[in-house]
Design a protein around this ligand. Structure first.
Ligand SMILES: [Zn+2]
Length: 318
């Protein structure tokens, strides 16, 4: 099978209508997303007015034809209400012409969403003539769209939203540094929902900037490099709780996980002598003993218990 099940959630599919493809003359450059699979897509605000008849979210899509990668594009996931003149439609528009021009009616679009990045999708066009089409067609079961694996659906919108709400309300409870339920016993969709929610809650709590350096490189489309790091790592059953998190740029995330620095209970950066001695680390050294940037809301600050754990177990020693 040519789908990436490691970095992406389980696939959904849509058999394309000819007006989803480049075949249609005078087409509007979009692919219609049937309501039945709309709940696998991002949450859109419900603010639709006559003055602004569409709501939309920009997502990033890796485009493939079969196993051949084409490009990564910005596309818009939108609800188009047509000002009430036609029935409302969910659509993917913009940036998809490379895929649409290859597509013909009754080809299949397979859609997967990144495990960690809720704005990143992979769109794979499977042409009717392809061997892959034959391999997956038995899974359609007479359907034109739906989860490709009917017994293993990807995370749905409602679950994603409730997981964010659950993690946000965790701060009202005493901090538990380790996961109560071993991940291995959990359904994969639940793990994915937790990881994505953790990334969202941590990044927004720190206003999308690195808690060490205050920066985050950002693409013109708004995509930020910022990452949500676990203070007690996931590999050691560290909890998906914002108090076990730090928003870090890629460089500082790598350094933190490798133990090049830690954060004291007083929430200042601590770089050990063995790291300071290396000239290449000058750009980390200048943050030594400096206070980190913290969430505005005190209850979301990193827990001292987790910081001590990292200091004891991860920090490189002199
Ligand atoms: Zn940084």
């Amino acid at each position: 099978m040519d789908f990436d099940f490691v970095n992406f959630d389980m696939p959904i599919f849509k058999m394309l209508a000819s007006n989803d493809t480049g075949e249609a003359s005078g087409h509007q450059g979009g692919m219609v997303i049937p309501r039945a699979i709309e709940h696998f897509f991002p949450v859109l605000s419900s603010e639709v007015t006559a003055a602004s008849p569409t709501v939309e979210k920009i997502i990033w899509a890796e485009l493939f034809v079969g196993s051949v990668y084409l490009s990564t594009v910005n596309t818009r996931y939108q609800l188009q209400t047509w000002g009430g003149k036609r029935s409302p439609e969910y659509r993917l528009t913009n940036g998809l012409s490379a895929l649409r021009n290859e597509a013909r009616g009754n080809d299949v679009l397979v859609i997967q969403r990144s495990v960690t990045d809720s704005n990143l999708y992979r769109l794979t066009l499977v042409k009717q003539t392809a061997k892959l089409f034959e391999q997956i067609s038995e899974r359609f079961n007479g359907r034109r769209w739906g989860a490709l694996y009917q017994d293993d659906e990807p995370v749905i919108k409602a679950v994603a939203m409730s997981e964010v709400a659950r993690q946000e309300s965790m701060v009202e409870q005493p901090f538990e540094m380790f996961d109560p339920v071993p991940r291995i016993l959990e359904r994969r969709t639940a793990t994915i929902a937790r990881s994505r929610a953790f990334a969202t809650v941590v990044a927004t709590s720190y206003q999308n900037t690195c808690s060490v350096c205050g920066f985050a490189l950002t693409l013109p489309n708004g995509r930020s490099e910022i990452e949500a790091s676990h203070i007690v790592p996931r590999s050691r059953a560290g909890a998906d709780d914002v108090r076990n998190g730090l928003a870090l740029c890629r460089s500082h995330h790598w350094a933190f996980d490798a133990g090049l620095f830690s954060i004291t209970e007083g929430r200042t950066v601590y770089v050990p002598e063995v790291v300071l001695r290396i000239g290449a680390n000058a750009h980390l050294a200048r943050h030594n003993n400096q206070p980190i940037n913290l969430p505005i809301r005190l209850e979301r600050w990193p827990a001292t218990e987790a910081l001590s754990w990292h200091f004891e177990n991860t920090l490189l020693r002199d």
